[in-house]
Design a protein around this ligand. Structure first.
Ligand SMILES: Nc1ncnc2c1ncn2[C@@H]1O[C@H](COP(=O)(O)OP(=O)(O)OP(=O)(O)O)[C@@H](O)[C@H]1O
Length: 362
């Protein structure tokens, strides 16, 4: 089992004047054998983080670490690739001119099998792992359904003998009817193979289904992090509460935002901030329904990057306690502070890699 860690990672596109910081000083840890669900709206930087992890996008600053070291980047088919990325669109991730068997065989690292019979056996084994019959090896992607293609993409990822899988919106392009079976498969494979997994989705309903830990991303930053049960039961960041309110658990009581005032709801319903010009202070403040309830001026929200409070479960909000029921702004607590770059460690809750984060912001 391996640990994936983003250490103060920044990815910037474009020029200094007209550029965009898609990932902004993110510290995030995927603990060994754990599924971290990364949720956030479109454009928050989730895919950029994923692509940076496997070297598809150059990083501007910070590091990606696998068990404390930069991961090896094996060339295509040549060596074991310890971090594997599975994409949203199962058809575009497979070469339409290659049979399923050839696609999977291509991803088996050199030296992992001897001879073509062994290779065929390994392809059949991988197809079996993802619940497909060995007979599919001779077919082309066009003959398969979207769900079957996504299973093949998973088989290809597993062929690389990974320690970590990053699943980026892998059910978004699938029919609702097959999303559940693919999610069950992913969870089953992750447990059986004791994989570490970063599971990315804009949909909290999907993330909550597979995740041990949930990280919430907004405008390039992680704004909340904690054990999934805690984040879902007592979200601390108003953005997480909005996501939860928009994705109620079937049969569960809806999450009430603390403010029934329509004027303030309009604030919360405002357009996301322009990622080219993120607002100063808390990036969420132009949309936030919490601040006006507890402070008329919301000066802290406008001017100061909020710090993350808490050890296992933490949120970057000056009014995190107001969001979960007790309106004491965290910037008035004695241990509050902030760092230069504004990110905390998102290490595994309750493990040695989770650091005390008083004094840093996420
Ligand atoms: N190659 C690129 N060049 C310029 N800007 C980019 C590039 N890739 C991503 N971006 C921008 O970076 C920001 C983050 O995009 P990213 O795709 O990482 O977000 P996301 O949360 O994964 O959203 P989605 O689910 O819609 O892909 C967006 O504003 C996007 O337009």
């Amino acid at each position: 089992m391996s640990e994936l860690r983003f250490d103060d990672l920044t990815v910037r596109f474009g020029t200094r004047r007209r550029g965009i910081t898609a990932v902004d000083h993110v510290d995030l840890t995927v603990p060994p054998g754990t599924v971290v669900g990364l949720v956030g709206e479109s454009g928050s930087g989730k895919s950029t983080l994923a692509r940076a992890a496997v070297g598809l996008t150059p990083v501007t600053g910070g590091r990606v670490l696998l068990d404390g070291r930069p991961p090896r980047r094996g060339s295509r088919g040549a060596a074991r690739r310890p971090i594997q990325l599975v994409f949203q669109d199962p058809y575009s991730s497979l070469d339409p001119r290659m049979t399923i068997g050839a696609s999977i065989a291509e991803a088996i690292p050199r030296g992992a099998v001897r001879g073509s019979a062994d290779r065929r056996g390994e392809v059949a084994r991988l197809l079996g792992l993802v619940g497909l019959a060995a007979g599919h090896a001779g077919e082309y992607p066009a003959a398969l359904s979207g769900g079957q293609c996504q299973r093949v993409a998973l088989a290809r990822a597993l062929a690389g003998r990974p320690d970590v899988i990053i699943a980026d919106e892998i059910t978004s392009a699938l029919d609702v009817s097959v999303q559940g079976t693919v999610l069950n498969l992913v969870r089953d494979l992750q447990r059986r193979m004791r994989l570490s997994m970063l599971f990315i989705s804009h949909d909290l309903t999907v993330v909550r289904y597979v995740s041990d830990v949930i990280a919430v991303m907004y405008l390039g930053r992680i704004v909340e992090y904690g054990p999934a049960d805690d984040v879902l039961a007592e979200p601390q960041h108003p953005y997480t509460r909005e996501l939860l309110a928009a994705a109620p658990r079937p049969g569960a009581a809806p999450v009430d935002l603390p403010d029934p005032d329509p004027a303030l709801r309009a604030v919360a319903d405002a357009e996301p901030a322009d990622p080219h010009h993120p607002p100063p202070g808390c990036r969420f403040h132009p949309r936030c329904p919490i601040g006006p309830l507890v402070r008329d001026d919301r000066e802290a929200c406008r001017e100061t990057e909020p710090a993350a409070e808490g050890h296992r479960h933490r949120a970057a909000c000056h009014f995190a306690d107001a969001a979960s029921g007790s309106p004491e702004p965290d910037h008035e607590r004695p241990d509050h502070g902030r760092s230069d770059h504004g990110q905390s460690d998102h290490g595994p809750p309750g493990t040695g890699t989770s650091q005390e984060i008083s004094g840093t912001a996420i």
